[in-house]
Design a protein around this ligand. Structure first.
Ligand code: TRP
Length: 343
């Protein structure tokens, strides 16, 4: 029997989105949306944004709008009946789920979550809400649970989120065996490119380092970053003494792999690089064109939606849809946990 199919995924609303978001997640989201097979809930995680940016409330308010516009500009389409943009803070029912999941998740298993662990190493004086966010995220995922046999709950995310999904699955299994079958175990779906390196070759794109490329970034600024991309310093093309290059060390090639739609060309670029038969300048010039072809249409869409989109209306509708889906889930969870008035 095939049951209802639901997608729930989200992003923290902490500013403009970058190419890492795009190849790591967004292009998959657009794809699942366009299959027309899933009821899709895209979560604007503004509460979770407070785990890292609590000192910048005005920026966070603006970010909700920015993320909606970025989502629209890459092709997510809440005018479709099955697509909902949900503002996390406005789904009151979700807070209740979050507290109750906190009673099922074990302290030790949350603290073992590798993504949480590495973030805790970097931060200082984090809130208790930060430590709790992997549990809170279980409430996000399960709030739109269809709670029926054969249902599918798909969570397309960047690679770094997989440990959180594993935790969600464990906690849901424990709930189901302790209190009775209620929840659907979620399934992850990772984007085309697990992790996009920064333009400086650093493993992580980070706004504070300035090695990201934003979806709404001007081409001139992007081109400057391409010019500065590290190359394999050992490689030589000049004269008769060619020294082969290692494509993995040429960041422009790493970006070609992630973004150039012409796969044969990318294979050819790598081959020529290994033979020291192509200059870094040529590879970079082509990469600038690839960026232009990808981003100009997105930026044109963005300009259009900035003028014409009813952002508030979109978020109101989507949030209402999530609340409606969440109400029976909360009721069922309370019931199974025997949280009821005395008779
Ligand atoms: N943690 C995700 C991020 O950092 C955002 C997020 C919040 C999320 N709730 C979620 C992702 C639920 C998937 C499912 O971007």
């Amino acid at each position: 029997m095939s049951g209802k199919k639901v997608v729930l995924t989200g992003m923290r609303t902490t500013g403009a989105l970058h190419l890492g978001h795009y190849v790591g997640a967004l292009d998959r989201w657009v794809h699942v949306q366009n299959t027309n097979e899933y009821e899709c809930y895209f979560l604007l995680a503004d509460v979770q944004a407070l785990t890292t940016h609590a000192d910048r409330p005005e920026m966070l308010e603006q970010s909700v709008r920015d993320v909606v516009l970025d989502w629209l500009s890459v092709g997510l389409d809440p005018s479709l009946k099955h697509v909902h943009f949900v503002q996390q803070s406005q789904v009151l029912e979700r807070y209740e789920l979050s507290t109750l999941f906190g009673m099922v998740a074990k302290y030790a298993e949350v603290m073992r979550d590798p993504t949480l662990k590495s973030e805790l190493e970097r931060l200082q004086e984090e809130s208790i809400g930060f430590v709790y966010y992997p549990v809170d995220q279980i409430a996000d995922i399960q709030m739109v649970d269809p709670m029926e046999q054969g249902a599918e709950l798909l969570v397309p995310v960047g690679e770094d989120q997989l440990p959180h999904l594993e935790l969600a699955r464990e906690v849901v299994r424990r709930f189901n065996s302790k209190y009775g079958q209620v929840f659907t175990e979620c399934q992850g779906l990772v984007g085309r490119v697990g992790r996009l390196v920064g333009t400086d070759g650093d493993a992580k794109m980070s706004k504070s380092i300035g090695n990201t490329i934003n979806l709404s970034e001007e081409l001139e600024s992007i081109n400057r970053k391409v010019d500065r991309m590290p190359i394999d310093p050992a490689r030589t093309v000049r004269g008769g003494n060619k020294v082969p290059g290692d494509p993995d060390k040429a960041i422009a090639i790493v970006y070609h792999r992630a973004l150039n739609p012409n796969v044969e060309e990318v294979v050819e670029i790598e081959r020529l690089y290994r033979e020291a038969s192509v200059g870094d300048g040529d590879i970079k010039a082509r990469l600038k064109e690839v960026f232009r072809d990808l981003l100009v249409p997105i930026q044109e869409q963005r300009a259009y939606f900035e003028k014409h989109a009813d952002v508030r209306g979109i978020v109101l509708e989507g949030t209402e849809a999530a609340r409606k889906a969440c109400r029976p889930v909360v009721a069922r969870m309370r019931e199974q946990m025997h949280l009821k008035l005395p008779t």
